[in-house]
Design a binder for this molecule. Structure first.
Ligand code: CMP
Length: 132
């Protein structure tokens, strides 16, 4: 069994899209191991997205991710990282395949509703970041 971190981002939380997202996650065969709603501090959002700190969108990304609560979810499934990224679709919803979560509900590249870990190594780090 493999694991990955999902974040339901502030736009998804504002729209109260929990039931839609979790039902897609369940249908795709994932098991929820832990889940928590929290408000990211500026410091914590900066640390989580540290890898993007040199990118021009970093400050806006941090501002968006702290604009309201998020839900962090520990998911398990075989091949969890790739399977979850397939389920959510491309980072930019304009490029996300029809039927993916981002194609269905995301608003923009920034307000793209969900985050998924991009490798097993990062899944481990990101789950540790939120769940210890
Ligand atoms: P996420 O998978 O959470 O990882 C970093 C986030 O930065 C990404 O989703 C996007 O929501 C956001 N972002 C904003 N602008 C860009 C950009 N130009 N390229 C990539 N990601 C971006």
């Amino acid at each position: 069994m493999n694991k990955t971190l999902m974040i339901m981002k502030p736009d998804a939380v504002k729209r109260q899209d929990f039931a839609y997202i979790l039902s897609r996650v369940k249908s795709a065969g994932f098991t929820v191991r832990q889940m928590r709603m929290l408000q990211l501090s500026d410091e914590k959002a900066k640390a989580f997205y540290e890898v993007h700190s040199e990118r021009p969108f970093y400050n806006d990304l941090v501002k968006f991710m702290t604009s309201g609560p998020v839900v962090v979810v520990w998911l398990e499934r075989e091949n969890a990282v790739d399977a979850f990224r397939e389920l959510i679709g491309a980072t930019n919803p304009a490029d996300a395949a029809v039927g993916t979560i981002r194609n269905d509900i995301a608003e923009s590249l920034e307000a793209n509703s969900t985050h998924g870990s991009d490798s097993d190594e990062n899944a481990e780090k990101e789950l540790n970041f939120f769940f210890g």
